[in-house]
Ligand binder design. Structure first.
Ligand code: FES
Length: 110
C-alpha cells in the first residue's frame, strides 16, 4: 500500500538541486527547484546513474553520465517525449518541515 513517508527535512535539499533517498527499497531522487519539491526514480533508465547527482535546469535534470534529460516532475524523457522511455514520478508533500514522498510498495515476487 502506498502511503506518504518522511524522507528528509526542509534544508536537507539545496535550492536548485537534488538528493537521493532509499524509500521502500527504491532509490528516489527528490529535487527542490523554485520553492517546490518533486520526486522521481533516482536510477536513470539508460544505464542506472543517479539522477539526483545530475545538473538541474528549469524543470529538467541532466543525467551525469550521458546527458539524457528527464523532467523532474513527470519523469518524461525530455530528449524524446514521445518515447516510452521514462522514469517514475512520485507525489511529494511538505508537512511542517518534513518532506514526504508516496512510493508504492514493490510488487511481491512470484
Ligand atoms: S546513464 Fe543516464 S544517460 Fe546514460
Amino acid at each position: 500500500m502506498a502511503e506518504f513517508q518522511t524522507v528528509a527535512h526542509v534544508g536537507d535539499i539545496p535550492e536548485g538541486g537534488g538528493r537521493s533517498f532509499c524509500v521502500k527499497g527504491k532509490m528516489i531522487a527528490i529535487f527542490f527547484v523554485k520553492g517546490e519539491y518533486s520526486a522521481i526514480n533516482d536510477l536513470c533508465p539508460h544505464m542506472g546513474a543517479s539522477l539526483a547527482a545530475g545538473y538541474v535546469e528549469d524543470n529538467g535534470v541532466i543525467c551525469p553520465w550521458h546527458a539524457w534529460r528527464f523532467c523532474i516532475k513527470s519523469g518524461t524523457w525530455l530528449d524524446n517525449p514521445n518515447s516510452k522511455t521514462r522514469t517514475e514520478s512520485y507525489p511529494v508533500r511538505l508537512i511542517g518541515n518534513e518532506i514526504q514522498v508516496e512510493v508504492p510498495d514493490l510488487a511481491p515476487k512470484p
